[in-house]
Design a binder for this molecule. Sequence first.
Ligand SMILES: [Mn+2]
Length: 333
Amino acid sequence: MSESTKLNRLVAILKNAPGKICIQPHNVPDPDAIASCAGLRYLLELKGIKTIIVYDRDIEKVDALKLLDIFDIDMVKAQDIGTLSKEDWAILIDSQKGAGNLTDLATDEVVVIDHHELHGNYNYRFEDIRPTVGACSTIIAEYFFENYIDPPHNLATALLFGIMKDTDSLTRGVSDLDIEMFYRLYKHSDMSLIRKLNGSQLTMGDLRRYAEAFKTVEVYESIGFMLLDCSDDSLLGAASDIILSLDSVDVVVAYSMRPSGVKISTRSETSFIKANALVRFILEGIGFGGGHDHMAGGFIPTENISAEKELGIYIKDRALKFIGVLNNNKTMM
Ligand SMILES: [Mn+2]
């Protein structure tokens, strides 16, 4: 077996950890983040390295909870873990320092494995950031196969589900590696569990929130706008996908009021309008955002918001201005 695989390099680094080793996904972890944590934890355990998966903020979405339940994945909430210090190392999964969806715990963040765009250089001891890859689960799956380790059925299934969720079943932001890992995981996966997970996407509460949110939908120039009352980013994304399935909509801008500010999610199924560029344009000067061409998100802190009613108008205005700029550039070319 080659000594130079990423996993082996990571293990060599972690052997020097002075304290506990935490695997930390982004806040309100989604299936891709959870599966990636569980997969990495298994691999490290095989190599003699004990870890705990630590996360912040409640998991609200029912498919993520079901994933924890079906696969018996053990994760601890940050506030329940007692004391953490700089002596304890953190492996950031499906997120990075400065990403906006990650609580900065007392740990020293020394490792990052992520598929989002680079959020700056933090001198990690180990970093594997691949923005072109559709799911973090794909990267972890590669760690298995690269080291000739077959994932157990449960983990293979969880990772497969992670890839399905983050790439919308291999139709969004997919790389060759996602397809290759999907194919290899598939042989180890239990499709009856995938069906079970697909059959557990919403609670009655979610459905009611959706019903209210759908009443707010307005469409201008193939952009659908929606206000959703929820505190869960993945719920916001899932509701956006339903609006994206409207024939008249190519792009969705959905937003949600939170106690600390406004969360914005953008989705695009056209290459002309990039979801990440759109969210950055909307938030210019008042917030921060980023993500992929097809899906992105951002946040406006409360102090930058003047009035709730005008906010909806502001968001629409900025989004339509962005389309105007794109159209202008097109005619000038
Ligand atoms: Mn992900």
